[in-house]
Design a protein around this ligand. Structure first.
Ligand code: SF4
Ligand code: SF4
Length: 170
């Protein structure tokens, strides 16, 4: 069963598209002159010469936090890599031996070109070891392999965490 779509009746002038072209030129001209004479209305910025202030809740480049002794707070529990919907976190665990903190990440790598910046990793982390509050967005990369950021670089962006490892003991 078919439907007949009623077409509007157009006169010869309208069929020539001249009115619609004039309307389009009018809209373009309005934006053109507004951008030239009314710069305060422009919401875009001339990045990278001008950088916008990021909102406090902005999720940017990841960083790995450290303990007081400078070691990574990460205990290689794999919760972040399990929670990550993009499967872009690679962790290899090492063993400290007979200490309170059993494991540490021998390798901790995030593929920033696969990451979707959802924040699930920092939500899942029980140790305040990974954060996305660096205020830095993903840097541009020339090569695909440069998107993989390792533990040393992630810790260089990190800082001492004031959270108590494992939470307060009662
Ligand atoms: S922000 Fe999301 S996608 Fe990116 S590493 Fe964390 S969990 Fe994975
Ligand atoms: S960053 Fe946090 S969640 Fe991820 S492995 Fe380390 S301790 Fe576990």
């Amino acid at each position: 069963m078919g439907y007949k779509v009623a077409r509007p009746e157009l006169n010869l002038f309208e069929k020539s598209y001249v009115p619609e072209i004039l309307k389009g030129v009018g809209v373009s001209s309005r934006h053109f002159f507004r951008n030239i004479f009314g710069k305060k209305d422009i919401v875009t910025v001339e990045y990278p010469d001008v950088k916008p202030d990021y909102a406090p809740r902005y999720r940017g480049h990841h960083r790995l936090m450290a303990r007081d002794d400078g070691t990574a707070r990460c205990v290689a529990c794999m919760l972040c890599s399990t929670a990550c919907p993009a499967h872009c976190i690679t962790i290899e665990a090492g063993d400290y031996g007979d200490t309170d903190v059993e494991k540490y990440p021998v390798k901790f790598e995030i593929d920033l070109l696969v990451c979707v910046y959802c924040g699930m990793c920092e939500e899942a982390c029980p140790c305040d070891a990974i954060r996305m509050d660096s205020g830095i967005h993903t840097p541009a990369q020339m090569y695909r392999k440069d998107g993989r950021v390792g533990k040393v670089d992630l810790m260089a962006l990190g800082d001492l965490s004031i959270a108590k490892q494992g939470g307060e003991l009662k």
